[in-house]
Write a protein that binds this ligand. Structure first.
Ligand code: NAD
Length: 443
């Protein structure tokens, strides 16, 4: 139930009328206006090309029936097959999946890989399902959407609460249903079944390359920088390890149940050990909301909420959990100088304006977290060619692509005097529009 409770709290802080999709559109409209796109071009970019919906029915382990709403949104495929993860979460709905699909179209364009953008979701709380029930619902997802998926059509991947194991079930079901051999129909698979080296750490690795470059250009020393990371899953947890390993001071970490703040630094390896044992980032000190205060005092740490984490004294803030967490209500209280968005959509357009006025530099999601889809692209290439890339090759190619994208966005921001978010939207939109023009979809 932790996830459900957290998502309720999370939406309570959102502005009453905004949805993930309207927030995306606010930024999109401003950039589209500036780029002076035609009506036909705008029409393509404001709504997805297709929205697929289904109710997935499974038999639960106790024999009862359960049904879950499921979505696959195909936003734009001008530059290549739709590409984007599948999220399992109680808050995954049409609007959220639409927004995430739109961001994927821009993201693949920003890193200039030959994909469009799509996204999927199943509205469920994975903690309430057994492993067998999760497998059933994952296979049902593929059966529901099989005619719209495929290596040349739409290629899913993991997202929040979906794992390599789930990707393997989905590939297996797709191959059974279509009587085909299709290693490139999905990415984020286990190494034993068509995965790529480096995919598990790719999102954090890509963000890390950008952060390194940014810090280098600003002549800052990692050992003097404090970082707070919200979310301790694939993106946030891996990033915390990378940062810690090269000398940044990680001062705060959290998961859906809250977090730990230690102004002198906390060790992600230790946090990970307790998270594995207890299921919580704060597991070394707390059981639910009951904490061992004495022990915390001795170790110089405090228990914090996810809201408090965003407002801590630190140099770099890394939202790596859910969307809509930095809003008009708390943006003024953000103390970090840099925000690296590993999560998708963590900052609202209203918060963007406040942060810009405060001089906080935001490296937007469609650039900062594009490492995941970039290595997914490498996995897709390997799936089609039958090759297996080395870890070194993956790392070198990822760094090149991430730094090229960062340069393109930085140049656009400098040239047109806009924020990095608007610059990244511009870079992505121009590439999508160029492809649409080349294909003759718009003139
Ligand atoms: P994950 O499921 O591995 O981890 C999510 C983490 O967030 C967990 O630690 C969970 O406890 C925590 N969390 C859940 N609800 C929370 C809340 N309300 N407050 C604070 N923490 C909460 O997911 P992930 O793959 O790490 O994805 C995290 C974010 O990164 C998402 O926005 C996702 O779209 C984005 N992202 C992930 C990838 C990827 O390759 N994994 C790629 C691009 C973007």
């Amino acid at each position: 139930m932790a996830i459900a409770a957290a998502s309720k709290k999370h939406s309570a802080s959102a502005s009453a009328t905004s949805t993930p999709y309207t927030r995306f559109q606010t930024t999109l409209s401003a950039v589209v206006e500036r780029l002076k796109l035609s009506q036909a071009e705008r029409a393509f970019l404001t709504e997805p090309q297709a929205i697929r919906e289904a109710q997935l029915s499974i038999t639960r382990d106790d024999g009862s029936q359960a049904s879950f709403p499921a979505f696959r949104v195909q936003f734009n495929n001008a530059r290549g097959p739709y590409k984007g993860g599948i999220r399992y979460h109680p808050a995954a709905d049409r609007e959220e999946v639409k927004a995430l699909a739109a961001l994927m179209a821009l993201k693949t364009a920003v890193v200039n890989i030959p994909f469009g953008g799509g996204k999927g979701g199943i509205q469920l709380n994975p903690r309430e399902l057994s492993r067998h029930e999760l497998e059933e619902v994952s296979r049902a997802y593929v059966r529901a959407f099989k005619e719209y998926l495929g290596p040349d059509i739409d290629c899913p991947a993991p997202d929040v609460n979906t794992t390599p194991e789930i990707m393997a079930w989905m590939r297996d079901e797709f191959e059974k249903q279509t009587n085909s051999y299709s290693p490139a129909m999905i990415t984020g698979k286990p190494m034993s079944y068509g995965g790529s080296l480096g995919r598990d750490t790719a999102t954090a690795r890509g963000g890390f390359f950008i952060l390194e470059e940014l810090i280098d250009r600003a002549a800052l020393d990692p050992t003097e920088l404090k970082v707070a990371v919200q979310g301790f899953g694939n993106a946030g947890g891996t990033m915390a390890h990378f940062l810690h390993n090269v000398g940044f001071t990680v001062v705060a970490l959290s998961d859906s149940q809250g977090g730990i703040y230690g102004p002198d630094g906390i060790d992600p390896v230790r946090i990970e050990k307790y998270k594995r044992k207890t299921g919580a980032v704060a597991g070394e000190y707390c059981e639910g909301s009951v904490c061992d205060i004495q022990r915390m005092k001795m170790d110089g740490v405090e228990h914090i909420t996810n809201e408090e984490l965003l407002e801590l004294p630190c140099d770099i803030l890394i939202p790596a959990a859910l969307d809509n967490v930095i809003t008009a209500e708390n943006a003024q209280k953000v103390q970090a100088q840099y925000i690296l968005e590993l999560a998708n959509g963590p900052t609202t357009p209203e918060a963007d304006i406040i942060l810009e006025k405060k001089g906080v530099q935001v490296i937007p999601d469609i650039l900062a977290n594009a490492g995941g889809v970039t290595v997914s692209y490498f996995e897709w290439v390997q799936g089609r060619s039958g090759e297996q890339w080395t870890a070194d090759r993956v790392d070198t190619e990822l760094k090149r692509i991430m730094l090229d994208a960062y340069k393109a966005v930085r140049r656009e921001a400098y040239r047109t005097k806009v924020s990095y978010r608007h610059a990244a939207f511009s870079v992505g939109l121009k590439r999508i529009v160029d492809a649409m023009r080349a294909r003759g979809w718009v003139s």
